[in-house]
Structures are given as structure tokens and as C-alpha cells.
Design a protein around this ligand. Structure first.
Ligand code: MG
Length: 321
């Protein structure tokens, strides 16, 4: 495959409805934030054997790559705008692999209203790797931050926790569960749901926010550190899917996947207790669980506690190095 054919056949169609992409035919894209908005930028790289297994369908790899970046935009309260993509392909990659990869992007561009603005394609001697930079728009000065939690805030999380880490453990045959639960958990690993709507609606409601990508306790620790506060999380309040609950019932040690597993891509945020009715209403409006899991304290560090308030020792989540 020649690089220019690859771009022409598979990537130009993803950029054609975004004027700033200049149809991928110039040296760079031209971006403008509308009056009253700021640009939010995030980037994530993934590599075969580390972030994905390699035998997934190419479309799923593409969707997950885009979605993990969209989750970061959601965490800032931003609306998706455009993205830049670098594709690093082993020389022997077939064109139908690239076609299926581009088709995954096309589907998610449509679902999340985002467009390709530019990028690069290279042939490598190694494994598949990708890097994606997503840009979002947020009302000026209103981006959600990690550093603005306050003692006394309630801590919330969207959706359910641990599904993806359990899905990966199932794919690695480390654990077993009923087939319908297995399908659900594996799907949660392959295709995270970036909480774009939640993030935008949290502007003006939440004090601090981030997305959970490296495990709940570790990520909450980032909010605490950035905000100079502490946190208590009540383990029995953590939201579990039916499938995760079924696994926990049979193996108590799997709580570590709930509190420390990676790849959740749910939103973790803090808000004043006064906002509780508005957050309940938001959960209803979006038909998405948004659950109280603990509170921000004046101390430091994250404490996990059981129903009687006793501290539970727990693993701390995924470390990249
Ligand atoms: Mg993040």
C-alpha cells in the first residue's frame, strides 16, 4: 500500500465534512474556536500487545482509540470538535484491515459528532500503534478541572465500575462467569462509552471532575492531590453491573478490579451537597446511573471503607511504567 493511496481511499472520506481539514491536502489543518469557547486538547497512544490484544476487529480498535480520547474531553466538560490521527502500520498490513479500521472511525464520528482534521501514516517494522489527538470545545473559563474539589463535597461516579477490568480478566481466561455476563463484560472492555453528555451537563454543577481510566482509587487520589483534600469511598456503595456483581459474589478478591481496575472511562466528580437534586435529575434525564460513592474530607489521601466504616486495604490501580 502506498501512503497517498491509503490517505485518499480511507482517511480523506473521514475529513471531507470538516472544512478546517482542507481535505487533508495541505500541510496542516486550520482550527477556529467559536466566540466564547476555548479549545481543549488531549492525546492518547495505543500499542498492540499493551493496550489492545491485536486480534480484535480493526473497527473496534479504532473506536476504542477514539473513545478513550473522547472520555478525556468529557472529563473537561467539552464537546467533541475534531481529531488528528497518526497510524503506524507494519509494512505487511492489508488494505482491508485499514478499510475496517476507517469504518470503525466513521461510525463513531457519526455517533459523537467529531471529524478527522489531519494526521500522518507511517509504515513500521514493528507492531501496530496509533496516536490520536482529540480537540473539544468548552465555554471559556468553564472547563471542569481536577483541582477544585472542596472538603464536604459529595463524590459521584457515572455508570458502573470494574466491568472492563473484569472483561479483560475473562478474555485472558483468568476467571469464568455465565456466557451472557461474559459477553457484556468483554464488550465493556472493547467499547467504552465516553460520557460526553454527562461532562457537558456537569458544567456549573460539579466542583471537580475527571474520567476513571487507571482505577477508581488511584484516579480519585489525583483529584485529592490536585485539590489538597482527602476522600472517603464507601465500597458497598460502588455501582456494579449485574455481571460484575455475579462475579464478586463468587470471589471477594475481585473487588480489586472494581476499585483498582483500569479502562472504566466513567466520570468521577465532586459536587456540593446542595446540587444533589440537580444531579438526581440529570441521571434521570440521561437514563444513566450517577451514584454517590463517598465524600471529600479536609485530610489527604483516599480511604476505602466498609459498611461499618472500617478501612479496607486495597490495590491502587494501573501504573503505566
Ligand atoms: Mg483522563
Amino acid at each position: 500500500m502506498h501512503e497517498f493511496d491509503l490517505i485518499h481511499d480511507y482517511f480523506k472520506p473521514l475529513a471531507k465534512s470538516f472544512p478546517g481539514s482542507l481535505n487533508l491536502s495541505d500541510d496542516a489543518a486550520i482550527l477556529t474556536a467559536p466566540a466564547g469557547y476555548e479549545l481543549v486538547a488531549t492525546t492518547d497512544a495505543i500499542s498492540e500487545g499493551v493496550h489492545f490484544i491485536g486480534n480484535e476487529s480493526p473497527g473496534l480498535i479504532a473506536q476504542k482509540l477514539l473513545r478513550v480520547n473522547l472520555s478525556d474531553l468529557a472529563a473537561m466538560g467539552a464537546k467533541p470538535y475534531c481529531y488528528l490521527l497518526t497510524v503506524m502500520l507494519p509494512r505487511e498490513t492489508k488494505s482491508d484491515w485499514v478499510a475496517a479500521f476507517a469504518e470503525g472511525l466513521r461510525k463513531d464520528q457519526h455517533q459523537f459528532s467529531i471529524h478527522l482534521a489531519g494526521g500522518d501514516t507511517i509504515a513500521t517494522r514493528g507492531s501496530l500503534s496509533f496516536s490520536l489527538t482529540a480537540l473539544g470545545l468548552v465555554p471559556s473559563g468553564k472547563a471542569l478541572r481536577r483541582s477544585t474539589a472542596q472538603a464536604g463535597d459529595i463524590i459521584y461516579v457515572s455508570g458502573t465500575l470494574g466491568d472492563s477490568a473484569l472483561g479483560l480478566a475473562l478474555l485472558q481466561s483468568a476467571i469464568t462467569v455465565a456466557p451472557e455476563h461474559q459477553r457484556y463484560l468483554e464488550q465493556r472492555y472493547f467499547l467504552p462509552e465516553p460520557r460526553i453528555d454527562v461532562g457537558q451537563k456537569l458544567i456549573g454543577l460539579a466542583h471537580a471532575a475527571m474520567d476513571v481510566s487507571d482505577g477508581l482509587l488511584q484516579d480519585l487520589g489525583h483529584i485529592c492531590k490536585a485539590s489538597s483534600v482527602g476522600a472517603t469511598v464507601h465500597r458497598h456503595k460502588l455501582p456494579l453491573s449485574q455481571a460484575a456483581d455475579a462475579l464478586i459474589q463468587t470471589n471477594d478478591a475481585l473487588w480489586d478490579k472494581i476499585t483498582g481496575g483500569g479502562d472504566d472511562y466513567e466520570l468521577l466528580f465532586t459536587a456540593s451537597a446542595d446540587e444533589a437534586p440537580a444531579i438526581t435529575a440529570l441521571s434521570k434525564e440521561l437514563s444513566l446511573p450517577i451514584t454517590v460513592i463517598g465524600e471529600i474530607t479536609a485530610g489527604s489521601g483516599v480511604q476505602l471503607s466498609d459498611e461499618s466504616g472500617q478501612a479496607i486495604p486495597a490495590e491502587r490501580g494501573y501504573s503505566h511504567f
